[in-house]
Structure formats: C-alpha cells, structure tokens
Design a protein around this ligand. Structure first.
Ligand SMILES: Cc1ncc(COP(=O)(O)O)c(C=O)c1O
Length: 395
C-alpha cells in the first residue's frame, strides 16, 4: 500500500523545513488547491501564524464548549472598530452608523444592490480584485471601467474618471488601498473622486480591507475621513481579515454614511443577511483591542519581504515590470518582456511549479500580468523566486 504523502509523514525525497511542513498541514485553499510539488503564492492569505491573542480568544471559546448563541463579542465590535480607526487612521466613525456583516464582499454586494438598479453603471478601477468585476455583472449592473495608469505608477486619473462617468453611473466602487497594485491613493486622488461623486450624485463604496497594511513611509486615509460631505455618500467596509490573517473566520464591519443605503438596509427582511459567528467576532475583537504589537511586527516583516522581492527582481529578472506596493502583501508583476503569454501564472504553474494569481482575472487590462503574494517566510519566498528565475532562464 502506498504511504500517503501527508504532512505527518514528510516525503523523504524532499527535505522539508519545519515551516513548510506546518503549512502543508493546513486545510486552507491556498495550501490544498495544488499538489505538494507546487508552492502557492496566489490567494490573499498569509503564511504567518495568526496573532497569539487571536488564537487564545478562539481557543477559550472552544475550551469552554461555548458554541451557543453568543452575541457578546459582536456587540463590542462597533466600539472596537471606531477606536481602532481613530488610533490607526485618525478617523472616528459614528458607532451608531456601524453595522456588522459576515464578510467584506457580502457588505460590498449588499451596498451595490441597494444603491443601484439593473443596468446602472458602477465605476471600477482596473486591474482590480476579481470579485469586484463579478459583483457588478452578477447583480445585473454595468461595469464602467476606469483603468489605472501603469505608466504613472498606477495613478488614478481624474480626467479619465470624469469622462468615464455617464448619466446612468450611480456608484464608484473603490478598493483602497488597491488590490492588486498595492497603491495607496493620495489625498488628491481621493479628493478628485469625492468631487466627482458630489457633482454626479454618486455613492462611493470604499473597500478598505487592506487599510491596516500600509508599508513604512506610506499612510492610509479612509475615504470617509475626507470630511462630512464625502462621508455622507460613502459606504466603508473594514475587517481584520487581511491584516490579521483570519479570513476564514468571516467577519466585517461597515460604516453606512449614505442615507439611501441606510434606508435600504432598514427595509430588508430582518434575517436576510445572517449574523456574524462568535469565533469571527472574538477574533476580530482581539485583533482590534490587543493585536497592535503583532501587527507592527508583521508590517515590518512584510516590508522586508517586499524589499527583498524588489531587489531580487531587479538583479535577476530586470525586465519584469513592478511598481513597489505602498500597502498589501501583493506584487502585481508584468513579465511580458519574457514572453510568458497572456496568462503568466498559468505558464509559471506548469514550468516553475509556483501558483500565482492570473492577471486576466483582474479585468481587461490584466492580460500579461500575474499577482504574487509575498506574505510568507523568507525561505519560501526565495524558493518561489528561485523556481521562477530558473524556469524563465530555461524557457
Ligand atoms: C479588496 C478585497 N476585498 C474583499 C476581499 C475578501 O474579503 P471577504 O473574504 O471578507 O469577503 C479581499 C480578499 O482578498 C480583497 O482583497
């Protein structure tokens, strides 16, 4: 009988580091989608173990067998979110306008659904997180594509935005900081969006899930903090899931600045959106009340990983286009000079045994690109890069 190649019985053909061994024991999609011969750097989960304060919070629930109806942590989340936003980003949201959701995309899609009618236009800044595209099309709304400018470091071009908006455009769907480019939009870029939103009476849905992962030297500004006028037409969504690596626990908080969405939410059937589970609420509460030191150490590690990636690319694959991300642990790579085709991630999976995210999934302007997740150990990032460099050299 074949011995299964499980993490508990390491494959003797390959010396596994303890870290790789641990990661291969995870049941998350990042580590189970492909075989053990592939190193995953695709979906936006980190390989770092979560903060001990979060593990403790969830373990305490489990140790007590405390799985009954439990809204205790959820009740504390609006206050914790407001205090966290104020301390980290200088924005004090009104707790009376905060609402919990089971995840960020549920909140985004709900706001989109309530703010628009079928056929209405929704501005997105491409390339962009693929569920933004599917959220607009699956709700029967219309994508108003406003590409970011690759030749200006992925800047948001206000003139391009002004000419993209038509008379049936109702929403600007902002990903801020931006996935996949890692851009933090400047106050000027955000102000231009706010000014156009005001002029055309648009709702701004601002997905700020990456807001806590700005790199040193960059500072993130919530859209609603531009001022009361902008806040009054904005629906902001935040979560601990990216910065604290707890995406599987499903919990998000939204600030409902826009009255139309507030009224739409109030009119929904009362149980339609469900409620956050207690592990997700406990984890998020622990993150925002006790997680700051862990987050600081994690941001340092991510910045070092980003800089290491940039230096290896410039030494070993100098033709790869890459603008240093100001936030996130994502690198949006343009390897077109190496001729890897429209979907370099597919080529790299086959030839380098590394799994990146496919550029074409990020919209029309994603062809030729791939997204690499560098939130892992230095050892694994180096192994990923060794494989990519070797595959490209021998193509
Ligand atoms: C911009 C953005 N929004 C939303 C999500 C997903 O959040 P959730 O799983 O809470 O829906 C991600 C995940 O990577 C993301 O990058």
């Amino acid at each position: 009988m074949d011995t299964p190649d499980t993490p508990d019985t390491p494959d003797p053909r390959e010396p596994l580091s303890a870290e790789l061994h641990r990661l291969r024991s995870l049941t998350s999609i990042k580590w189970t989608m492909h075989g053990h011969e592939v190193l995953p750097a695709w979906v936006a989960d980190m390989d770092l173990p979560p903060a001990p304060v979060i593990v403790d919070a969830v373990q305490r629930l489990a140790a007590r067998g405390d799985f009954g109806y439990n809204f205790d942590a959820a009740r504390q989340l609006p206050g914790a979110f407001a205090a966290w936003q104020e301390r980290r980003h200088g924005w004090r949201p009104d707790t009376g306008r905060l609402r919990l959701f089971c995840d960020v995309m549920q909140a985004v899609q709900t706001a989109l659904w309530l703010a628009t009618e079928p056929g209405d236009g929704v501005v997105i800044f491409t390339p962009v997180y693929p569920p933004f595209l599917s959220s607009v099309s699956s709700t029967g709304r219309r994508i108003v594509d406003c590409p970011l400018d690759p030749d200006a470091g992925w800047r948001l071009d206000p003139d391009r935005l002004a000419s993209a908006i038509d008379e049936r455009t109702r929403v600007v769907l902002l990903c801020s900081p931006h996935n996949p480019t890692g851009r933090i939009f400047t106050p000027d870029e955000l102000a231009a969006v706010a000014e156009l939103a005001e002029r055309h009476d648009l709702v701004v849905i601002s997905d700020e899930i990456w807001g806590d992962l700005a790199h040193p030297g960059a500072s993130f500004r919530p859209f609603a903090s531009l001022g009361p006028v902008a806040a009054a037409r904005t629906f902001t969504v935040g979560a601990a899931s990216k910065a604290f690596n707890v995406a599987g626990l499903r919990c998000a908080v939204a600030h409902v600045g826009d009255e139309r969405i507030e009224a739409g939410l109030a009119a929904l059937p009362d149980h339609l959106l469900g409620a956050v589970g207690s592990p997700g609420a406990e984890a998020t509460l622990a993150a925002w009340t006790q997680g700051e030191a862990w987050l600081e150490a994690t941001r340092e590690h991510l910045a070092a990983q980003r800089n290491h990636l940039a230096s290896r690319l410039s030494d070993e694959l100098p033709e790869v286009g890459f603008a240093l991300p100001e936030a996130t642990y994502l690198a949006w790579l343009d390897p077109r000079p190496y001729g890897l085709g429209d979907d370099p991630a597919r080529w790299l999976l086959e030839h380098a045994r590394v799994a990146l995210s496919s550029g074409p999934d990020f919209g029309l302007h994603g062809a030729g690109y791939a997204r690499l997740n560098f939130a892992t150990s230095r050892e694994i990032l180096d192994e990923i890069l060794d494989r990519v460099v070797a595959a490209i050299a021998s193509r």
